[in-house]
Design a protein. Structure first.
Length: 136
């Protein structure tokens, strides 16, 4: 992990929450569900996604790779959140940022009411699709 490179402070287990990781993981899950639906079903298919994040209380929002500026002190006070959406499988690929953003916004709001920037979602999903793990 970039946070473990020389010159960066080590990250203690269960104290941090990376700002970009949920965008990548939810994006990946939705694209996989889209692909699975296309191969398993004919015609319109609805995907129901439920994601639960636990162990959040006390974690600070950070940028593990240092690419994002985050005001220090954004700490979650709530321990868990469940996010849910229903989406047409055929709409996922062309509308991924528009689906991911409202789904994840409540999660980011737990960190001192952070409003998840749409541009962050757009940029990170583009990086995910491009296979770019870091800006090195």
């Amino acid at each position: 992990m970039d946070a473990q490179r020389p010159g960066r402070a080590p990250v203690t287990t269960a104290t941090a929450f990376d700002i970009t990781l949920p965008v990548w993981r939810i994006g990946e899950v939705l694209l996989h569900a889209c692909s699975l639906a296309a191969n398993a079903f004919e015609g319109p298919t609805t995907i129901r996604l439920v994601a639960t994040y636990e162990g959040l209380a006390g974690r600070s929002l950070v940028s593990m790779d240092g690419r994002r500026n985050i005001r220090e002190g954004r700490v979650a006070r709530q321990d868990a959140i469940t996010l849910e959406t229903h989406v047409d499988a055929q709409a996922i690929d062309p509308n991924l940022p528009e689906i991911v953003h409202p789904l994840l916004s409540p999660l980011y709001g737990l960190f001192d009411f952070l409003e998840l920037p749409m541009q962050l979602v757009v940029d990170e999903l583009a990086r995910m699709r491009g296979g770019t793990m870091s800006a090195q």
